[in-house]
Design a protein around this ligand. Structure first.
Ligand SMILES: C[S@@+](CC[C@H](N)C(=O)[O-])C[C@H]1O[C@@H](n2cnc3c(N)ncnc32)[C@H](O)[C@@H]1O
Length: 309
């Protein structure tokens, strides 16, 4: 199967790569973005993070043909600052994040990310992590389930689905993706089941976000990442749903805004009226017609970029 890297040209252009710079790919995946960064480096260096060891193993094979100016880090991108310190790196010229799950993770049935295949309820990006989707579905309280279904899935029927899960697991634990799909379907009205789109999509998204603690990961890397940039260094983030995009937008707006001052203050020190960052393009960049036609995943993709000035 062909592997697509979303908003590839757009994100690489926005990174504005210097041939001798130090770059971070926080979400290596199958190395599509990393390959393009490597092609643009002479003396520069790329540090590539992924919490999925199979992503690192596969990309190593693929990228060895492109360049050896790459260091692989098997860690969460929220640990970027600490991991860079171990490598003796304090500041970098650019950071790229292409968030979410990769197509191989979705397409390998046994990873349990997809409602299209019957598989154990897993959904861990890092297979060494303890928490799985099965733990969440079978042990989290009704209130916790409702909360993640609403917040991470924007699922209107969060309460009835959580109630159906609770009832089912009293009889027998829910072990597989198809068992969960059946429980979700049993909790939804017929008119919702008749609608286009898979009825389990929102709940699967919510559980996946919870298993992988995706929003806290993003919050942490947004806080640390901007301050790892050198002057003129750029931070590019591709997100896939409104929760993520809102977090990126708010973090970038806050970093590039002049703090609020009480107008009655007699003199505002000049250094407090300038900011360290500027947003590079006001509107998020989205996929063009060609990409939309070729790659379904690109439909919800949004790229935002900030630069340290
Ligand atoms: C959408 S894919 C990236 C695809 C990649 N840009 C390419 O062109 O092949 C996202 C990857 O990031 C990894 N990932 C997601 N969240 C992560 C996190 N918090 N820390 C480290 N890796 C993460 C996933 O395991 C997955 O392999």
């Amino acid at each position: 199967m062909k592997h697509y890297s979303v908003l590839l040209k757009e994100s690489i252009d926005m990174l504005d790569i210097k041939p001798n710079g130090i770059y971070i790919d926080g979400t290596l995946g199958r190395g599509g973005h990393s390959a393009e960064i490597l092609k643009r480096l002479d003396d520069g260096m790329l540090i590539a993070f992924d919490r999925d060891s199979s992503a690192i193993a596969e990309s190593k094979k693929r990228l060895s043909a492109v360049s050896d100016r790459i260091t692989y880090v098997h860690a969460n991108f929220s640990m970027m600052k600490q991991e860079l310190k171990k490598l003796g790196i304090e500041k970098v010229d650019g950071i790229l994040l292409d968030l979410g799950v990769s197509s191989p993770q979705f397409d390998e049935a046994e990873r349990g990310f997809s409602y299209r295949f019957d598989a154990p309820l897993d959904m861990r990006m890092n297979q060494e992590q303890e928490l799985t989707a099965e733990n969440i579905v079978n042990t989290w309280s009704y209130e916790e389930l409702v909360s993640i279904f609403y917040r991470y899935g924007e699922e209107k029927f969060a309460k009835s689905i959580a109630r159906a899960i609770e009832k089912q697991r009293e009889r027998q634990p829910i072990h597989t993706t198809f068992q969960l799909v059946d429980v979700i379907k049993s909790a939804l009205p017929q008119k919702v089941l008749n609608k286009k789109g898979h009825p389990a999509k929102k709940v699967f998204q919510a559980i996946r976000i919870a298993v992988n603690d995706e929003l806290d990961e993003l919050k942490k890397v947004l806080q640390d990442g901007m301050y790892l940039l050198k002057q003129h260094g750029r931070f590019c983030v591709i997100s896939f749903h409104s929760l993520e995009d809102r977090m990126v937008k708010e973090a970038f707006v806050a970093a590039s805004s002049i703090p609020y001052f009480d107008k009655r203050m007699p003199i505002i020190p000049a250094e407090l009226t300038i900011t360290d960052f500027q947003i590079v393009h006001k509107k998020p960049i989205t996929a063009d017609e060609t990409e939309l036609n070729e790659n379904n995943r690109s439909h919800s993709a949004k790229l935002r970029t900030i630069e340290r000035i």
